[in-house]
Ligand binder design. Structure first.
Ligand code: GDP
Length: 316
């Protein structure tokens, strides 16, 4: 079995490639030209622009994968406010271009091509009810969410056309491979720096925002389970527990033995977003029931693993 993974140099792509290689797949991966990354050994790398539909169609025809995973894109809500057009080009137009390319491979080869889209809970915007599920209304409140909503709905269109396409509605998922532009890693790297005397304060935005934070390798495994399942469908992938940014800060500081964390944290309005969901929390019962998926790591363990990693990096 051959899998094609876009965004293979990123957090999710690298964990997914490791998972697929361990499961015996051959893995081809797409990386954006000129962006430094270190994908896992054993991945056959291709450089290319996801938003170039003709290039993607030619590449997929050449690779002829059994499974296509679309993980590339502008991955940050914060960046999507600065680059809304690029976000739409890559996350929305790029996604449908890749679905079309996968569809053509299936038509030409007359064998099933599974497609998995890395979707996002951000498409729910500021949801009226919690936890959210696959039927929760799609009402994004930022450019990132609207681009992910388009890709999610395009998956349903291609599934109806006969492509084995699934959209995974992923809630926040973290690891030491997260860049510090995300709040989890910003906090764990900042806390490690304070503990080791390399910094004196941590500057953050909205401490009251609540997110459902899971462990990235668990979310990568969910993607493979969806591709391998005989029936394509959409699934919420989440832990079902939400925590505030403030909880995250407190747990990270507690891990380095600092209880009076307020002394080190400053709120800077420049990190407060034009629109920000108050709480995202997902109901993954369909994925648990149909795919046999479950998260394997608790929120506290995610935070501790990241702080421990950042302490090690800081010491090196
Ligand atoms: P997102 O959910 O994909 O946007 O992931 P982030 O990790 O970037 O943000 C998660 C939540 O943390 C959002 O509600 C942000 O508003 C909040 N947050 C609070 N302070 C910060 C900060 O300094 N940086 C980032 N990135 N997010 C912050």
């Amino acid at each position: 079995m051959r899998a094609f993974v876009t965004g293979v140099g990123g957090q999710d792509g690298s964990y997914l490639a490791e998972d697929l290689l361990a499961a015996g797949y051959e893995v081809d991966g797409l990386v954006a030209p000129g962006i430094p990354c270190s994908p896992p050994a054993g991945v056959r790398l291709h450089e290319g622009d996801l938003a170039d539909a003709d290039a993607m169609a030619a590449l997929l025809a050449d690779v002829a994968p059994d499974q296509v995973y679309n993980l590339a894109g502008v991955s940050s809500v914060a960046l999507s406010w600065e680059q809304p057009v690029l976000t739409a080009q890559v996350n929305a137009v790029g996604a449908i271009g890749l679905m079309e390319a996968a569809w053509r491979v299936q038509q030409a080869s007359r064998r099933r091509v599974a497609f998995v889209q890395a979707g996002s809970a951000e498409m729910f915007g500021e949801p009226a009810s919690a936890p959210q599920h696959e039927g929760t209304p799609i009402q994004p409140v930022n450019p990132y969410g609207v681009s992910k909503a388009f890709a999610h709905q395009a998956v349903a269109v291609y599934r109806a056309r006969g492509l084995a396409a699934s959209s995974l509605i992923l809630y926040n998922h973290e690891s030491p491979r997260r860049p510090t532009s995300f709040v989890t890693r910003k906090i764990t790297a900042g806390v490690a720096a304070i503990a080791q005397g390399r910094a004196t304060e941590l500057t953050l935005g909205n401490l009251d925002a609540r997110r459902d934070w899971g462990w990235a390798p668990d979310y990568a495994r969910a993607m493979r389970l969806a591709a391998e399942h005989p029936h394509p469908a959409d699934y919420v992938i989440a832990t079902g527990e939400s925590h505030s940014v403030r909880d995250l800060v407190r747990i990270a500081f507690a891990h380095v033995g600092i209880a009076d964390w307020e002394r080190y944290v400053r709120v800077d309005p420049t990190f407060i977003r034009p629109a920000d969901a108050t709480e995202l929390c997902g109901d993954s019962s369909a994925a648990r029931r149909v795919l046999g998926w479950a998260p394997s790591v608790t929120f506290e363990q995610v935070v501790e693993a990241m702080v421990t990693h950042d302490l090690d990096v800081g010491q090196a």
